[in-house]
Design a protein around this ligand. Structure first.
Ligand code: SAM
Length: 215
């Protein structure tokens, strides 16, 4: 597990440094996720856990029809950045300030749940995964993305160099620390299966795992 203190300064630096990467990171994940859901259906309720600056939520919202957006994070600073990001893109979000281990959200209420780049820093990945299951509707889908321990090492090294050149050394070092602190995606897949999701698929994607789960 990797520990970060999400101060206002770190939240702003994270958002500013990641912004140029949206196209390669969040947008590309949004396209993969949209391919797994009926994106023509109107008013799907979509929760992004540990939303950070809200980049994934906005990118996926762009591919949905009138989505109802819920953004969760344990940092109020991040939720404020995410709200501005959503409003600037023409969306309203409901902000949920809580730990992902204890979501202040009703059971079986969400059509789509995403959780990207959180588990490597969560106090209890099992509790987060149980919460993902609890809040997903019957028939709803959840998507978990994070660093895959010991997989995609060459790609991760290349990404570290790219970040160092395009942003700075500190952000590159944080990226590497987070990658090294990632969980084994196959173990996360087992944890997700153990919650009761009816179908769970693990996909290796460079240095990330992408877990797709249907309730
Ligand atoms: C690495 S950022 C990922 C942000 C976003 N999902 C993305 O991929 O760009 C991690 C985020 O998780 C939040 N966070 C950390 N621990 C958390 C917890 N236990 N519950 C909810 N959010 C948490 C942080 O405030 C931060 O916004």
């Amino acid at each position: 597990m990797v520990e970060y203190e999400w101060t206002q300064e770190l939240c702003e630096a994270y958002a500013n440094n990641l912004r140029p990467m949206i196209k390669y990171d969040h947008q590309s994940w949004a396209v993969k996720i949209a391919a797994q859901i009926n994106s023509k259906e109107k008013k799907l309720k979509y929760l992004d856990i540990a939303t950070g600056p809200g980049f994934l939520q906005v990118q996926l919202a762009n591919l949905l029809k009138e989505p109802v957006l819920y953004a969760q994070d344990s940092s109020e600073f991040m939720l404020n950045i995410a709200e501005k990001e959503a409003v600037d893109s023409g969306y309203e979000i409901e902000k949920i300030l809580s730990l992902a281990e204890e979501l202040k959200i009703e059971d079986n209420s969400m059509d789509i749940v995403t959780c990207k780049q959180l588990l490597h820093e969560a106090q209890s990945p099992e509790k987060v995964i149980n919460e993902v299951f609890r809040v997903t509707k019957q028939g709803g889908k959840a998507f978990i993305i994070d660093f895959d321990k010991n997989r995609g090492k060459v790609a991760a090294r290349m990404a570290k160099i790219f970040i160092k050149v395009t942003t700075n050394k500190d952000i590159a070092n944080n990226f590497w620390k987070s990658y090294k602190g990632g969980l084994d995606g196959k173990i996360v897949e087992e944890m997700v299966k153990n919650t009761g999701f009816s179908k769970v698929v693990y996909v290796k994607s460079g240095y990330n795992y992408f877990i797709l789960a249907k309730k």
